[in-house]
Design a protein around this ligand. Structure first.
Ligand code: KG4
Ligand code: ZN
Length: 338
């Protein structure tokens, strides 16, 4: 019997619902983005995000079921992100999921947002097996994770300050490129010279798999301010290309070094920043030199979506890892088993 999971994701500014069959078949993956609303403020406004989730979620779920050609009765379990994220935003998805689970007498399955991002890889690549190293790069996280087997997450390193996506977003805002910054920086960088402006790379201590992007961000902003104060022209595409190169180099060098250290031959890129074409290119080139295969999800499965949550929930469903109706939102939820 096929297992159908209805999944819900509302941790930040995307209201999303999906129906996933047997952990791999995406029957639907509806995403209602709030970007146009938050754009005006240069970033996500938590209170507005919660209200918009409240308005959108019932319609998004209906659409997900309609596109999947299913009714609530055919759903076997409800997967939902319960952290980390914006507490008010998480609570909207969680309340919906718990109410639906109660009404349908089906289990609710709490999913960690990063576990969802990692599982996006399993939706698309049947050949992606354990052990592997995952590089999870988003607006809120930059983490290198070792997965010896399914459901086990060992933290190898993480950012000590800004996340990679945050560096993209903050620099983009100062360059007047708008929100979200990552795609805008990628676009601008295509017209730029990646070697003209070389910004600093924070390698940290020898052997460390941690990251730091706040120095890089400050260096770019200092350069920009200096140009403005001296009334000197500056080239936005060159700045974008220089920033993208610095972030891509540190991420790809450390991800490949982590895979080598763990003796694994697979690296999975996940999270919103995994949509970055230059990062993919750099990681793939560096991996190829070390016989390490690099995987990344399609762009729509890199940024926040419920399909990835449905995939993670499916494997928990198989193991009977159900939550109960006391499940609460945990804004700073940790993923790591070790
Ligand atoms: O995973 P995600 O949708 O939300 C979080 O969990 O944070 O990631 C959003 C982040 C934003 O910082 C956005 O600028 C970045 O992913 N991003 C990109 C690209 N597309 C999205 N960064 C670089 N290049 C991209 N193409
Ligand atoms: Zn995310």
């Amino acid at each position: 019997m096929a297992v159908n999971i209805l999944a819900i994701e509302t941790s930040c500014d995307d209201s999303s619902a999906a129906v996933i069959t047997d952990g791999r078949e995406i029957k639907s993956n509806i995403i209602s983005s709030q970007i146009n609303i938050h754009k005006k403020f240069g970033g996500v406004v938590p209170e507005i995000a919660s209200r918009k989730h409240l308005e959108a979620l019932p319609y998004v779920v209906q659409e997900a079921l309609a596109e999947a050609g299913m009714s609530f009765r055919e759903i076997d379990g409800i997967g939902v992100t319960y952290g980390p994220g914006l507490v008010g935003a998480l609570l909207v998805g969680l309340s919906y999921a718990k109410a639906a689970a109660l009404a349908l007498e089906k289990p609710v399955i709490g999913v960690h947002h990063l576990e969802g991002h990692i599982n996006a890889g399993f939706l698309e690549y049947p050949e992606l097996t354990f052990p592997l190293v995952a590089l999870v790069v988003s607006g809120g996280h930059t983490s290198l994770v070792y997965l010896p087997r399914r459901g086990e997450y060992v933290l190898l390193g993480q950012t000590r300050d800004d996340a990679a996506g945050e560096a993209f977003d903050k620099v983009a805002r100062h360059l007047g490129l708008g929100y979200p910054g990552g795609p805008a920086i990628q676009e601008a960088a295509m017209q730029g010279d990646k070697e003209r402006l070389v910004f600093p790379r924070a390698w940290l201590e020898e052997g460390s798999f941690d990251f730091s992007f706040s120095g890089l961000k400050s260096s770019v902003l200092n350069y920009l301010n200096k140009c403005k104060m001296k009334n000197e022209p500056y080239n936005v595409p060159d700045i974008a290309a220089g920033l993208q190169e610095a972030i891509g180099e540190v991420l790809s060098v450390k991800a490949v070094a982590a895979a080598k250290m763990k003796g694994v031959d697979k690296v999975l890129l996940a999270g919103g920043v995994a949509a970055n074409r230059r990062l993919r290119e750099m990681l793939q080139a560096r991996g190829a030199r070390e016989n390490i295969q690099v995987f990344w999800p399609s762009p729509v499965l890199c940024t926040d979506n419920a399909a990835m949550i449905g995939c993670a929930a499916y494997y928990k469903y198989l193991k009977g890892e159900f939550s109960d109706l006391t499940l609460n939102a945990v804004p700073n939820l940790s993923l790591f088993t070790i």
